[in-house]
Design a protein around this ligand. Sequence first.
Ligand code: GLN
Length: 536
Amino acid sequence: MDKKIIFVSGGILSGLGKGITSASIASLLKHANNKVNMLKIDPYINVDPGTMSPTEHGEVFVTYDGGETDLDLGNYERFLDINLPRKSNFTTGSIYQSVINKERRGDYLGQTIQVIPHIVDEIKSRILNACDDDSILIVELGGTIGDIEGMPFLEAIRGIKQELGEHQTMSIHVTLIPFIKSAKEFKTKPTQHSIAELRKTGIYPDMLICRSEYKIPDSIKDKLSKSCGINKEAIIEASDAPTIYQVPLSFLEQNILHPISKKLQITNSNSNMDKWYSLVDKIISPKKNIKIAFVGKYMSLKEAYKSLTEAIVHCGAHLDTKIDIEFIDSDEKIDINQLKQCSGILVAGGFGLRGMDGKIEAIKYARENNIPFLGICLGMQLAIIEFARNVLGVKEANSTEFEKDSKEDFIYLIDKFINSQGEHQIRTHTSPMGGTMRLGEYICDLKKDSLIYKAYNNASTIKERHRHRYEVNPKYREALEDKGLIVSGLSNGLIDAIELNNHKWFVGVQFHPEFTSHLEKPNEIIYEFIKMSGKS
Ligand code: GLN
């Protein structure tokens, strides 16, 4: 098969769900027995999103090979049940970085380095590199048509469309059809403008995905077809859905693969979504209901914990249970009455001192009241600190993240760390922020018959993804174990999982299990936590 690429762009405004759209189309293609691959290209200047605040940009998604990437990669993995490498996301910053590195090395032999051709060629070659001959590549362009920094990306897309054959590329534009309540009318004008803007760059869209609050009438589709020059069968509606996992099903009902397979000459166009239908059915109308306390500090933007909240949805779908999440801001004084209404307590990861006391209080409550508890990354580190302070009686116990010169540094900076590539990383309090964390997948050896061992179906080793700088200090291991804390997971000698035995279910993990949870295959430890929380 020739290379096949679908480009997805967005118009009018951000937040229309281009990522979900791209993932949904990819999922349908995959479930029709096609090999698919995904690429997110981001015009912003950061080299990667690793240094961006989760409250501004949402979660930083970590790939198995340690890439800190855009959260849309998480959507792709969740919808496609695949693991993508870090090269599945790149930004303007990383493009410039490699072009400038080449220039410094003298690779350009005296040329003047310019946006066209050098920057655009670098973008083109990264896109083409991500595209195997036997699979369909879906490329989502970040930002909105009209953004200044998006121009080189659009030029790269135009160039690739020109170079490859007519049936090798396709362009899909995601747009908004607003409904003006007072006039009771859908409006197509913003879309017409957005298409005109896209066409100015030399890209003619083959399909329109119309986001809208309500179902779009046929007459509006006719109008869009005429004014935008797109076949009516390729005008697909994406009205608000009760769950994002409904989107591929709604596309399937509109026969979206018909125009796609016609344009790209794909023969496999019958998606088998039976299992998906039944999971979505359980998300929309579940039999059971439980409430989980989610204690974190980035509560103003739910996207900051995207993978974790989605992982909870996946577990709910498999347990036929609606999981109400009670978001508890650890920055505020913890309201114990709020915790009392919940059958499980989850303390999420995070950085910095803010909200620490609230999290420790919630952990103490879970430990003392036999409430199922899962602590993730910082959540596990704080579970150790809580245990040290309140069970071991070491009131000064702390993490050097919060108290640099702590005498009781239960959580500390390991100064000589060897990463998964075998490279030495020196970590100090003055190391740069970018690229100095334990990132990506590491093997964790599980203690036989522990809670975590059972959760992972009696696996003696697992692989999960990390994103943190600090570690549990092994010099306290014996003291912790003497008082009943169990070290149930070790990663190359580092403490990776802990649990308590005189408790209904209390587990802490240093890794981020949420990054490997997919709708069709929820993450094991989160699943077990939800299951135990639902058990009376
Ligand atoms: N701040 C902690 C660390 O860097 C935990 C990070 C996290 O929860 N992702 O080790």
